[in-house]
Write a protein that binds this ligand. Structure first.
Ligand SMILES: Cc1cc2nc3c(=O)[nH]c(=O)nc-3n(C[C@H](O)[C@H](O)[C@H](O)COP(=O)(O)OP(=O)(O)OC[C@H]3O[C@@H](n4cnc5c(N)ncnc54)[C@H](O)[C@@H]3O)c2cc1C
Length: 428
């Protein structure tokens, strides 16, 4: 985590003040001495931005290029507060100017192919980028074919996921604002594994907090394909009962089979639910570029990695981070964990480029905060240590745990966590 002094630094990086950071980019570039190698990073989210920055920070004068589709970083953590009306999009949007100032060459674009033999990436505009080592942290894409009717253009337009922060976050907020009091917001949750296990339950709380204040006759219906709440179960159950009785209804074992976009209806195994706002979080897999690069060697869905280096077990020379990986036991798909993957990878890549041995004993940590009201927060934490015999990360017995109860101190900690991790990824 970054030092407190970085917090004020990060404020300079907010989009509104991006211009203030921009001149620094012109002065940046590689430091003195010869480069030890070229690394191309795909995806400027939690994993990719951290990897790009730490490859620069940790030495060896690595030549780092980051390719990201979007102009700015937009955070999924805290995005549920935007849905609840407690934060704005500008609060979760950070400029990439700090990375450029740190010497990362940034390309706004899309990588459409990776040729692992030629060690070259191809961009949508036809440009080619050679690399010595590649890092991809592309996040997730959705398995739309698993939910009947969802892939149709009309469904895609009306039935939002908002499970990637950005335009859909704002669009869902607008649907909630337009919903009449007395309406039903239905949220469907896919079977695990999916991005951010506590995220849907936090979302239910945030939408309910909005309804409680502004549309008190409205309902939040949570249709969960899983048999029970997947993270911080007792604490979320308490939040639903203490704060949102009569507003939130939780239904386990309710797997979405198909949707009817014309009537905004979720079709379940035994039931049809018509909603005023239908928010479908579809089943997920590693993002498209991981699939087209031939990396999906775990259930044809996720990427297997060597946990000492984060290098793909399917295609040499490509290091894969974050949600796209096949998770180690009890390892969550979280922004915090993607940030940790990135540090393991950055250290290992520098050592590999220098011909040195990589660390044999990595340890990574995770904390996920969830807002249950605009101010009360709960957390779950864990420590994961590499186990040489089983070649995977395993949780350290007795480490981590969950909050005793929702509280406002953790509310402040959660906002500090976000400020700090954004600075850790994106400051100079
Ligand atoms: C509602 C919600 C709340 C959450 N809350 C928390 C929380 O409180 N704490 C927490 O730790 N985690 C939280 N998460 C989870 C967290 O957002 C993810 O685990 C994290 O973003 C994963 O990082 P990543 O680098 O794998 O992917 P991402 O952060 O999604 O980054 C992937 C990036 O790659 C880019 N990209 C993909 N393919 C290409 C390509 N071909 N070319 C160029 N660019 C490409 C995308 O544009 C994107 O910017 C939450 C998630 C959601 C949805």
């Amino acid at each position: 985590m970054s030092k407190p002094s970085n917090l004020s630094r990060r404020r300079v990086l907010h989009v509104g003040l991006a211009a203030a950071a921009a001149p620094l980019a012109g002065c940046a570039g590689l430091g003195s001495g010869p480069s030890i190698g070229r690394v191309v990073v795909v995806g400027g989210g939690y994993g990719g931005a951290t990897a790009a920055r730490y490859l620069r920070l940790w030495g060896g004068n690595v030549d780092v290029t980051l390719v990201e589709r979007n102009a700015n970083f937009v955070s999924c953590p805290i995005s549920n507060l935007v849905l609840g009306g407690h934060k704005q999009m500008s609060d979760i949007t950070v400029s990439y100017g700090g990375l450029e100032a740190a010497g990362v060459k940034r390309i706004q674009g899309e990588v459409v192919a990776i040729d692992a033999h030629a060690k070259e990436m191809r961009l949508a505009d036809g440009r080619k980028l050679p690399y010595d080592r590649a890092v991809i942290s592309p996040g997730i894409d959705f398995m739309l074919d698993q939910v009947g009717g969802l892939a149709a253009p009309a469904a895609q337009e009306r039935i939002l996921h908002s499970w990637k922060a950005g335009p859909q976050t704002l669009a869902l907020r607008r649907q909630l604002e337009a919903m009449p009091d007395g309406g039903v917001y239905a949220l469907t949750i896919p079977k695990v594994p999916y991005r951010c296990p506590p995220g849907p339950y936090e979302r239910a709380c945030m939408v309910a907090s909005y309804f409680k204040q502004f549309k008190p006759r409205s309902k939040v219906l949570v249709l969960d394909a899983n048999p029970e709440i997947q993270s911080k179960k007792v604490l979320f159950e308490k939040a639903f009962a203490d704060h949102y009785k009569g507003i939130v209804e939780y239904r386990p074992n309710n797997e979405l089979k198909s949707v009817d976009a014309a009537t905004n209806t979720a079709k379940l195994e035994f039931d049809d639910v018509r909603a005023d706002v239908l928010n479908v979080v579809p089943p997920q897999r590693a993002a498209d570029i991981a699939r087209s690069a031939g990396l999906l060697n775990m259930n044809n869905r996720w990427v297997g990695v060597n946990w000492l280096t984060m290098e793909s077990t399917a295609v040499p020379g490509i290091h894969v981070l974050g949600d796209a990986t096949f998770s180690a036991p009890l390892m969550p798909k979280s922004g915090h964990m993607a940030n940790q993957h990135a540090k393991v990878a950055a250290a290992a890549i520098i050592q590999l480029l220098k011909g040195e041995p990589v660390s044999a004993t990595p340890v990574v940590i995770n904390t996920c905060y969830s807002f249950v009201t605009a101010r009360d927060v709960i957390h779950v934490a864990s420590v994961h240590q590499y186990d040489a015999a089983e070649k995977t990360f395993k949780t350290v017995p007795g480490s981590g745990g969950v909050s005793a109860a929702a509280n406002q101190v953790e509310g402040r900690n959660a906002l500090s966590w976000a400020e700090n991790i954004w600075a850790d990824m994106l400051a100079t």
